[in-house]
Each structure stands twice: as C-alpha cells, then as structure tokens.
Write a protein that binds this ligand. Sequence first.
Ligand SMILES: Cc1cc2nc3c(=O)[nH]c(=O)nc-3n(C[C@H](O)[C@H](O)[C@H](O)COP(=O)(O)O)c2cc1C
Length: 402
Amino acid sequence: MSQLADFQNEIYLNGLADVLPGLPADLTRLEGLAQAKLSDTSFGYLAGSAGSEATARANRDAFDRWRIVPRMLRDVAERDLSVTVLGTPMPAPVLLAPIGVQSILHPDGELATARAAAATGLTMILSTAASCAMEDVAAANDAAADDAEGGGAEAGGGGARWYQLYWPKDRDLAVSFLERAKAAGYTALVVTVDTFTLAWRPRDLDRAYLPFLRGIGVANYFSDPVFQRAVGGPVTGENRQAALLHWVGQFGNPSLTWDDLAFLREHWDGPIALKGIQHPDDARRAVDTGTDGVIVSNHGGRQVDGAVASLDALPAVADAVGGQISVLFDSGVRTGADVAKALALGAEAVLLGRPYAFGLALDGEAGVRHVVRCVLAELELTLALSGHRTVSELSLDLLVRA
Ligand SMILES: Cc1cc2nc3c(=O)[nH]c(=O)nc-3n(C[C@H](O)[C@H](O)[C@H](O)COP(=O)(O)O)c2cc1C
C-alpha cells in the first residue's frame, strides 16, 4: 500500500500546531523563489537553456497540450506505485536526474541530494560533472539510507544510485570512472549522448560564466588517478591551471559513434541507458547495440534550441522500442500530474530535473526532500483521483489532446 500521499495529511496535521511547510506545495513557484536567493550566475546556469530557449518553452507547452480525463468509481483504496527499473526497485517511477555542479546552488551540493534521495527512497543519478567526488556522494547516500526507517534502506539495501557518464576523450579515464562507479555502488550506467560539446547558452555567455573553468564541477576528474597521472600528480595550486586545461581537452568527445558503445559494454557489466534520445531510429539503434534503456530527453532544452519538445518525441520512441528495452523520460516535468502524463505516453519512469535543484538552492537537503515528497504525493493523488491503483494501469486512455 502506497503511503506517498500521506505527506498531505502530515502537512495539515502540522498546521494544527501552527507549523507551515517552508516551501510552496505548488512547485512551479520554486523557480521565482530560487531566483531571488541565488546569484545571477548560479541562477542563470540552472534556469538557462540553449539559444532563444524555445525548446525549454516547448517542453512545458507539450505538457499543457495533454489533459487528464479522470475516471470514477473504480475502487482505488489500495494503491501501489512501486516499480523496478533497470534492476532497481523504486517506491514510484521517479528518479533524480543527473544535474552537475550542485555546489553553486547550495554548499552541500550533491551530498544533500544524495541524502534526500535516500530518505525518500528515490534513485539518484550522479553526474560526472558533480561538484563532489562520486565516492563521497555514495557514502552520504548510504549513511542516509541506513538512517531512514523505511524507503531507501528497504528499497535498495542501501542508497539506490546510478552513475551518469560524460564520456571523456581518454579511454583510460572513462574506464577509471566506470571502475570507481562500480566500486562505489552505482548500479546502472547512464551515458549522456546529447552533450558531447556544450551548446550555445546565452545566459552563461552573457556573464562569461562556465563553472568548470573556475574549478567547480570537476571533482570526479581531479580525484581520479588516471586524470592525476596526466597532470603530474594530485591537483594542487601549482598544476591547477594545467588540470583545468586538461579538463577542457577531456570533456567533449564529438567523434563518438554507435560502434563505440561496445567499449562501454566491455567495461560495465550492469544495465546501460542512453540519455538524450529523441528519434525512434536512434532508439532502435540502441536496441541493436545491446543497450538496456533509453532516456527520452532534450537536456531540458539546454542543447539544441528549436528541437522537438521531449514529451512530443516520447510516444514514437515508446512505440518503437517500449517492451524491448526500458524507456525513461525527462525535460519539462514540474509536477506529479506531469509525471502521470509522461507515464501514460509510454515512459516506464521519469527523471525529475530542475524542480529538485530549485529545492536544493532554497533549503539544501530539506528542500530536495520537500520537492520529492510533493511530486510523489501529487502523483499518487493524481493516479487515484483519475481512477488508477498502479502505474501499470496507466495508458493513453488517461489523456486527451487539449
Ligand atoms: C543546471 C543543470 C545541470 C545539468 N547537468 C547535467 C549533467 O551533468 N548530466 C546530464 O546528463 N544532464 C544534465 N542536466 C540535464 C538533466 O539531467 C535533465 O535532462 C534536465 O534537467 C531535464 O529538464 P528539466 O529540468 O527542465 O525538467 C542538467 C540540467 C540542468 C538544469
């Protein structure tokens, strides 16, 4: 029996003692609040997208063009939203998307996200571009899972976490990342294929702001033995400039092709998902190359301005490969109702992106927890109030074009 919606009762009961939630329950309000709190550079990096930001707007518009048609009198007293995705049990089909450089949002950065994920039982996907080393994030994730009474500890026997790879040019460095991730308990590999080079991002360009060049978001590189060998040893004041330049040379990898994926398969024995797929032919290619999943995503509109809304790309990809491999989705998800729409359109699970990062900016670990609990509670209520007990009952029947 799902208890995700109990958050609603908790809030009302706290109200009897005059305790109000610290953050709004309408998560679409978080962006404005985060803007008021963050520096211009940090907020610009978080909220900004590519070019004129048309794709970021399209991501939202696509959700608004689908409307839910609730069904009545179907006994939804017993609800269970739990699923298993790529071998990972989850209390609901929601994961935390890989978001890099989280220390520009809150001093605890990814450690706070890892704790909040474990406390709520969700799987976090850690970015290669994190501001904390993957081993430290894993330790924070496990410690919080041990502390949690239910959720994370029960769901995964420790924190549930996946690792997102930005495939560096040096193959030895790539292998080192994979070996470290495996050793630190990351169970699935997410390979982001849409960001082999950074796109044209005006908000960052106008402020000439790229956190990596300031040494933020490079922790996984600087802590890596292969990277360190290449820059003459551990990164100190002396070789820091050389290390940053080496990062510049390593980050982008525009010559990658489908054939290269075999190399990753050789060095990673767990599930692999490709993130950034939009075309059904690319999804079919993913199946052919033995990939276990695709994540339909346009990186929150941060890569190709003018690109198709991710939600509009989802049904064709799900039609092409759903059932053969896992189809996950992100870009534009802001509420529990949005999650329900993406599930109905064929996603097996959904990645939550900017909303939890706004929560992190506003209140660290507690802020992320608040956002996650709101999304999960609203998701369960949306399913129940529209006549569904489980995620597998959802289908296109739920929706109508506005
Ligand atoms: C500030 C920021 C940093 C991100 N960093 C990464 C990253 O390091 N790796 C990655 O695969 N995706 C990254 N993403 C993309 C997210 O994983 C996800 O695809 C995106 O946030 C979804 O769009 P939405 O947040 O608008 O829903 C980042 C997104 C944002 C907003």
